[in-house]
Design a protein around this ligand. Structure first.
Ligand code: ADP
Length: 491
């Protein structure tokens, strides 16, 4: 067994350098959690590599220039520059070069440009480890952006002698994003399509399918998602292929970084609290109502949503679900307020802003990315709505529970694995509904509202959610076991 396990972790984003969504949280916290498992005689030498996006602010993150090198393409080559920094003991490499323009957003609507950016990055990260003479035992890529690294490793090339013992792990945080349209960029960079394989013909040149094909192990972001992706509803057309490689797919939940998400130390909360001082949440709620121009009424249930504005998240179900509430016996006349924070699809943003016209006294819709506000919402709102159509893992429910904000969520993917439904177990932590429909959601909210009116039952529910262990420690150990089993296997 290796006493020094070397893991190269590749991602498109990582907190605190640059974060767009949950992948940023995961890539910001899992490598750190893995490194923390080091013991005096067996170190876990995880290093993180990211594209040097323009959004990474040099003034906040002083970097050291490491080296220049070139990436060979079939008919030319491109120069790459590598920089390094360390955050809380985690070595991080940032890679720049012409395909990673500093004025481009992390993800754009130009898939070919994004394809070139991330494929270039994936190849450059491998090349960098060769220049550093640091051969990883594991390359752990994540989603379509860095899946090309695994395809490159699996192709027979002399340069891959250096990686001959390297095992390939692919984290799937969002299967439908296959890198559709990036096929020509794969070919441009010498990553040829996989003909005559189990992949369907349309997927043979796409980054994520090729990464899955190449990976020794595929890690879905929750056990439920690992099963769901082999079905037609969630398989993005790859379900049959994925069923044939089911023995290579595992599901490991994501955790949250409890140093980053802690209501007792969160500097963006007007008051800090823990499960012993939940009464302070009432004051945070009133401050939040004041901040957003809602009536300051601590006893009125305050609903919230914090997510990308994307059909995946089921945001579009909310307006009709709220209307349907008014037809549920025992709930119809109850007051409520809602705060929605989310940025993304402009059409959805506009649709959600209409809620303010429908419910001028009750609804506030903030269509921007605003982490400090998100923290005040987790700390002050009573219920967090997560009506996702699919949810590989989801972090907001865990953050919500950890902050005493009770999830009302669709029973899907990681939501099903992390939330225990109120009516199904005494150990409940939230409310789950099965169907992605406004009526099913309204029924779920209705059940939650009835419990909300019973103060002590609600407190107990909050306490149970807050006492759940959402930390990375146990989960990072699962990854470590997986890495070790891969490097000790003969194949
Ligand atoms: P996904 O990765 O699919 O976007 P997750 O639930 O896994 O969803 O993670 C979302 C992360 O992004 C959470 O940390 C959440 O707080 C944060 N987030 C999403 N939208 C916003 C927003 N508009 N402002 C601030 N934080 C946001």
């Amino acid at each position: 067994m290796a006493s020094n396990l070397r893991v190269l972790f590749l991602a498109a984003e990582a907190d605190p350098l640059v974060k767009i969504g949950g992948l940023g949280d995961v890539a910001g916290s899992l490598p750190k959690a893995l490194r923390a498992l080091s013991k005096p005689k067996s170190t876990v030498d995880v290093r993180l590599a990211l594209p040097f996006h323009g959004a990474i602010q040099r003034k906040n993150f002083p970097v050291r220039r490491l080296m220049n090198f070139s990436i060979d393409l079939p008919i030319s080559s491109i120069q790459a520059e590598a920089y390094s920094l360390e955050i809380e003991g985690l070595p991080i490499y940032l890679i720049s070069g012409p395909p990673i323009p500093s004025d481009a957003p992390v993800y754009s609507s130009d898939i070919l440009a994004d394809g070139r950016k991330f494929i270039f990055f994936s190849l450059a990260a491998l090349e960098l480890s060769r220049h550093l003479d640091w051969a990883p035992h594991i390359v752990h890529a994540n989603d379509w952006h860095t899946a090309p690294a695994l395809r490159a490793l699996s192709m027979e090339k002399p340069r891959n002698q250096f990686f001959k013992r390297t095992k390939k792990v692919l984290g799937i945080h969002n299967l439908p994003f296959l890198g559709n349209g990036a096929g020509p960029a794969m070919i441009e960079f010498g990553l040829s399509p996989a003909k005559q394989t189990a992949l369907p013909a349309w997927a043979q040149e796409l980054p994520l399918p090729l990464g899955i094909l190449s990976a020794d192990k595929v890690v879905a972001a929750s056990p439920s998602y690992a099963r769901e992706i082999t079905t037609k509803e969630f398989g993005s057309g790859l379900q049959e292929f994925l069923s044939t490689i089911q023995d290579r797919i595992v599901g490991i939940l994501n955790g949250i970084d409890l140093q980053v998400w802690n209501p007792l130390t969160d500097r963006f909360l007007p008051e800090n609290f823990d499960s012993g001082s939940l009464e302070k949440r009432g004051r945070i709620k009133v401050a939040l109502q004041a901040e957003l121009g809602l009536d300051q009424r601590p006893k009125v249930p305050l609903f919230a949503m914090i997510n990308r504005m994307d059909v995946q998240k089921g945001v579009d179900l909310v307006p009709e679900a709220l209307l349907a509430l008014s037809k549920i016996p025992g709930v119809a006349n109850l007051p409520w307020q809602i705060i929605i924070l989310g940025a993304g699809d402009p059409g959805l943003e506009a649709k959600m802003r209409q809620l303010e016209a429908w419910f001028p006294d009750r609804a506030r819709v903030e269509t921007r990315y605003d982490e400090p506000l998100s923290r005040r919402i987790y700390g002050g709102a009573d219920m967090l709505f997560i009506p996702s159509r699919y949810e590989p893992c989801g972090l907001t429910q865990m953050i919500g529970m950890h902050y005493g904000c009770v999830p009302v969520a669709r029973a899907v993917g990681g939501l099903r694995d992390t939330i225990q439904d109120y009516d199904s177990t005494e150990d409940s932590t939230g409310f789950l509904f099965e169907e992605a429909s406004p009526q099913a959601m309204a029924d779920g909210i209705g059940r939650a509202l009835k419990v909300f009116s019973n103060r002590s039952a609600w407190r107990s529910l909050q306490h149970r959610g807050m006492s759940r262990d959402f930390s990375w420690v146990g989960l990072a150990n699962k990854y470590l076991d997986l890495y070790r089993s891969l490097i000790s296997s003969k194949s």
